[in-house]
Design a protein around this ligand. Structure first.
Ligand code: FCB
Length: 567
């Protein structure tokens, strides 16, 4: 770390300008550590916490003389000195401003201000005016999954599961969902009016292959139309090939407990890519192998409703083998494809940081849930508690990695909880919680997960991030704080290429039915009426300006000013 110290010695003035040394206390040694040595404590530091960012919005010539330095002397993470280039406005954008964001002050949708009279700056201390810009080609998207939005997916295991009393909260069923099978295009129009340029959807295996080896060309054609429709609207599609549901015939043969499913999945993927490869080259093989196995084979609230640790770990290993097989299949059909998977990460912190047992169970939870899959992909071996043994076929099967981040859990040692490896998950008394017991409002967790994934050296997409919030009283703050954390990560050169908010329109939330509302747009599933929430305007505003401006913060969550733009 001698080099870093040397740089800081040379750069006293930028430090003064920033109010403090942004690297102070940042443990940079983790970069050199072996994976096994990584721990939450090491990675859990936000190097920008409390950073003075006032100067960022000023023109270079307005900066006080002592700050005039060659840009090369300033650490890259601190630099934001040039005004952002003007973004050409597509016609859809103006329309969006009128239709989606009618109540946004027009100022909030204008490009960031680049000039301010020098005398104003000198006469009084201006309000902090930092604008948080995102890279020019950044992808602003939303994420969905076939079963949650299409409606009438009668051939899969979830449809069967929903019909049984007690499986879904309030006896809800997916029913028509958001009616996307008939008319996804109406929501694509809404997305483009918001200024979005990316959309993640999944294809439903049971529609495309309703019986073993029998492919339904009309279903493939419908997906082809959807993807073409997205591209015609200037929206880049990302297609997920497995998002929780299986054809009934797969489930009847043991689903992902049965290793045969790996081959059958690869055959399905081959066919899909042959047809849809005309419209898409960004593929997400499998959504959240850890969640699928945890909820289906440990908690038992997803089909097939089991509770067995050994089976759960076997299912994770088979899903990852399915990922690797799909990766190879896709590249055989489409060599230029970009293939990844969506990894759900939860931050697990010890309930009592001074308790060695709490620390140990938190680390174990982290290894089992977050790390084991990443280690298998990078090192080609399974580690406990997921298993022991080689997984060499998994190595080199990622072109990018997807992060699904929602929340954090505190973990306490509890000798009575065998099934959960002697741990109990809880939240601090003073933690802000999300609706429906969904977890803690913890934006720093997004930064921490990105920091960790950056070690893979691959492009990262935030493939999901969102909040259940029917009355939209937390979502604007959730969006702004999480996107601000992502901005931090990008300033540190973590290769975050895009963000897919979960989700555009309220949809069928698995075991929670329609009780958890994740949409930027509210849906009445009976009438199919849609009503944009205020957060839809906010997200449109950020996507259109490719930045978070002070005006946006003031308009949508003024209570965040002190935190995001400290004086
Ligand atoms: C994720 C799932 C997604 C949705 C969100 C809220 O774990 O991938 O389908 O249910 O949670």
């Amino acid at each position: 770390m001698a080099k870093r110290e040397q740089n800081l010695d040379d750069a006293q003035e930028p430090d003064k300008m920033l109010g403090h040394d942004p690297f102070e206390g940042l443990d940079l040694e983790w970069l050199d550590r072996e994976e096994g040595e990584l721990s939450i404590e090491v990675l859990g530091h936000d190097p920008f916490a409390g950073m003075e960012v006032e100067w960022i919005g000023q023109e270079r010539h307005e900066r006080p003389p002592e700050l005039k330095r060659d840009a090369s002397e300033i650490a890259p993470a601190q630099i934001e000195i040039e005004p952002a280039p003007e973004i050409p406005e597509p016609p859809a954008r103006e329309q969006a401003i009128a239709e989606v964001a009618p109540s946004v002050p027009s100022q909030a949708l204008e490009p960031p201000r680049t000039e301010r009279p020098a005398d104003v700056v000198l006469a009084r201390k201006p309000l902090p005016e930092a604008t948080f810009h995102f890279p020019a080609d950044f992808k602003w998207g939303i994420a969905t999954a076939a079963h949650q939005v299409e409606g009438k997916n009668t051939h899969n295991d979830w449809w069967t599961w929903e019909q049984i009393d007690g499986h879904i909260k309030n006896g809800h069923t997916s029913g028509l969902a958001c009616d996307w099978w008939k008319n996804a295009e109406a929501d694509f129009d809404r997305a483009v009016r918001m200024g979005l340029n990316a959309l993640r959807l999944s294809v439903e295996w049971s529609r495309i292959e309703p019986r073993p080896g029998e492919f339904d060309d009309s279903a493939l054609e419908r997906y082809s139309d959807m993807l073409r429709g997205l591209r015609e609207r200037g929206i880049e599609p990302m297609v997920t090939l497995h998002h929780f549901t299986n054809p009934r015939w797969i489930a009847e043969e043991g689903g992902w407990e049965n290793p045969e499913t790996i081959k059958l999945f690869a055959r399905f993927v081959h066919r899909v890519v042959e047809v849809l490869g005309q419209q898409c080259d960004l593929w997400c093989t499998i959504n959240e192998p850890n969640v699928y196995s945890y909820l289906g084979y440990l908690e038992g609230i997803f089909p097939p409703g089991q509770s067995n640790l050994r089976t759960a770990t076997r299912v994770v290993r088979h899903l990852m083998a399915g990922h690797a097989a799909a990766y190879r299949e896709i590249h055989t059909v489409q060599p230029r494809a970009r293939v990844g998977f969506a990894h759900n990460m939860i931050v697990f912190d010890p309930a009592n940081a001074r308790s060695p047992m709490d620390r140990r169970v938190a680390r174990l939870a982290d290894r089992g849930y977050n790390q084991a899959i990443l280690t298998a992909l990078t090192k080609g071996r399974w580690t406990l508690p997921v298993g022991l043994g080689l997984a060499w076929k998994l190595r080199g099967t990622l072109d990018w990695v997807g992060l699904n981040y929602y929340t954090r859990d505190l973990v306490a040692f509890d000798p009575t909880q065998r099934q959960t490896l002697f741990s109990r998950r809880l939240h601090a008394d003073d933690a802000e919680l999300l609706d429906g017991g969904y977890g803690e409002f913890y934006p720093q967790g997004l930064f921490r997960c990105l920091q960790r994934l950056a070690r893979l050296g691959l492009p990262i997409y935030v493939t999901e991030n969102g909040i259940p919030d029917n009355d939209d009283d937390q979502r604007p703050r959730y969006l702004l704080t999480h996107l601000h954390q992502m901005w931090h990560a990008i300033q540190l050169c973590y290769p975050v290429m895009g963000y897919y908010h979960w989700t555009l329109v309220d949809n069928f939330e698995w075991a929670e039915g329609w009780t958890l509302r994740f949409g930027l747009i509210e849906l009445d599933p009976k009438s199919q009426a849609r009503t944009p929430r205020r957060s839809a305007e906010l997200y449109a505003n950020i996507a259109q300006s490719n930045a978070i401006t002070p005006q946006t913060i003031d308009s949508y969550a003024p209570e965040l000013r002190a935190e995001l733009l400290p004086e």
